[in-house]
Design a protein. Structure first.
Length: 272
């Protein structure tokens, strides 16, 4: 958290030196769009495991570091990512057990990863009633493990009545969001969490989500063990690499259509 505060305190010129682009989507950015609406935030993204250059033929996942300004910044984020990966695999094992699968059933999908760590800064906003720090959405990957400061601002949509509920910060804790991939793998036994981030007019807020994602070549579809005659497959399979790349590209501009969602792969006639 201290490393993140130090980074965002750099001058705009220094942050621009590690600015991410549509082709190289790692580094600093302050004009992200979620659900086709620009967010009130700035971010820094890094891959704990860099992919080969242009691994998908177009995007280049190469980390950009402000080493000249903050020599300890990289070390802090890399050490944090190692600890988060260990936690993520433990959580993955617990999810597998809850589905009556062998503990390591899901581990193989993560030998090659598109996992990334993000640091968010939500500045004070003069009209917090008009904007969101992060628009409503569901995380597209497997898990999101979130560390947040004591300011608060994360809202979760309650499925029973659609109301938004503030997640109160608890010191020393993490928030774990199940993402779309777990929903598909479990054939809707789990449901990904719709959430958003609100801002305030007085205090900046920081958070650090760790997005645990499988490899680019992973085919996402309900696991064979989760499909029966009474509970048929609810989704057509889709390429995680294509899904992930499409979502990353949409961060840079407003689209004329809704961004890609797992609902686009639901089979006809099946409703959550």
């Amino acid at each position: 958290m201290d490393a993140g505060r130090a980074f965002f305190a750099l001058s705009p010129e220094r942050k621009a030196a590690v600015r991410r682009t549509e082709r190289e989507p790692l580094g600093h950015y302050d004009a992200e769009h979620v659900r086709n609406v620009r967010d009130w935030k700035e971010v820094f993204d890094m891959f704990p495991r860099e992919l080969p250059a242009a691994a998908d033929g177009e995007l280049v996942f190469r980390n950009k570091w402000p080493d000249g300004d903050l020599p300890e910044f990289r070390k802090a984020l890399e050490e944090y990512a190692v600890a988060m990966e260990e936690l993520a695999f433990k959580l993955l094992e617990l999810i597998a057990r809850s589905l009556n699968l062998r503990p390591g059933r899901l581990h193989g999908f993560f030998r090659e990863q598109t996992t990334y760590t993000r640091i968010n800064r939500y500045p004070p906003c003069p009209r917090p009633d008009l904007v969101l720090g992060l628009g409503r959405h569901k995380d597209s990957g497997a898990l999101a493990i979130l560390c947040q400061d004591d300011v608060g601002g994360l809202d979760v949509r309650r499925p029973s009545d659609g109301e938004w509920v503030r997640v109160k910060p608890v010191a020393g804790s993490f928030i774990v969001n199940v993402g779309d991939i777990i929903q598909v793998w479990s054939n809707d036994t789990y449901e990904s969490v719709e959430h958003r981030t609100s801002v305030n007019s007085e205090t900046e807020r920081f958070s650090i989500p760790y997005f645990f994602n499988p490899g680019m070549d992973t085919l996402i579809e309900p696991l064979q063990e989760m499909v029966t005659d009474d509970n048929p497959s609810r989704y057509n399979g889709f390429s995680w690499g294509e899904f992930f790349s499409t979502r990353r590209k949409s961060n840079f501009r407003k689209l004329s259509v809704e961004n890609i969602q797992i609902t686009h792969f639901r089979k006809d006639g099946l409703v959550v």
